[in-house]
Design a binder for this molecule. Sequence first.
Ligand SMILES: *Cc1c(COP(=O)(O)O)cnc(C)c1O
Length: 228
Amino acid sequence: MSVTGNLAAVQARIQRACTISGRAPSTVRLVAVSKLHPAALVAEAAAAGQTVFGENYVQELVDKAAQLARPVEWHMIGHLQSNKVKYLPGIVSMIHTVDRLSLAQEIDRQWRDKQSAACDILVQVNVSGEATKSGTTATEAVELVRHIAKLPNVRVRGLMTMPPFFDDPEAARPYFRELRLLADRISSEQIPAVEMTELSMGMSGDFEVAIEEGATLVRVGTAIFGGR
Ligand SMILES: *Cc1c(COP(=O)(O)O)cnc(C)c1O
């Protein structure tokens, strides 16, 4: 199927998951993950009305952004090294993968120097505790958010997670639920300048379950652009 057809199918699945869980479709945004796919496919998706794209690698994101004529919104969703942050101001509108204070401090510095508005970020939480996964622990997340909240050029908008890979999407549900409960807990702390409105969770194999558990940003690659 074409990217345009795939997008329509994914949107229909999002609608259905919203109906099942009694949510307004406008509360769920689709982040089309275009990593390792050419800019031409991003352009096709943009022409079909897709506005938000996610990339994992800084160099690839910067190159692709430069190739697109149509203005789209870019989100950084991959593991981010501090020395690469300097390439992102003016290009990305959200960074989903902030998992340590030093990275947030570098984002604060770069946005202070290059942008008038603060950078929207999500704190990445390793809910499963898998050693191979990035992300702060659920226990450390509250303290991390407290520290990041003091940085004037960074705005905490919510949390992001990547559960372990399962064949059965239902197996991911407890991790999505855990992230939502953690966001509620952080929200109840009423930390100044911190919002817990965004939950970035769910990929091609499990985004419907993530929506049922409260996802506001679903990161979908394969179901839109095909295999990598
Ligand atoms: C690649 C990637 C996705 C998209 O995964 P698919 O299974 O292709 O939908 C989502 N989130 C992150 C962090 C990724 O690296």
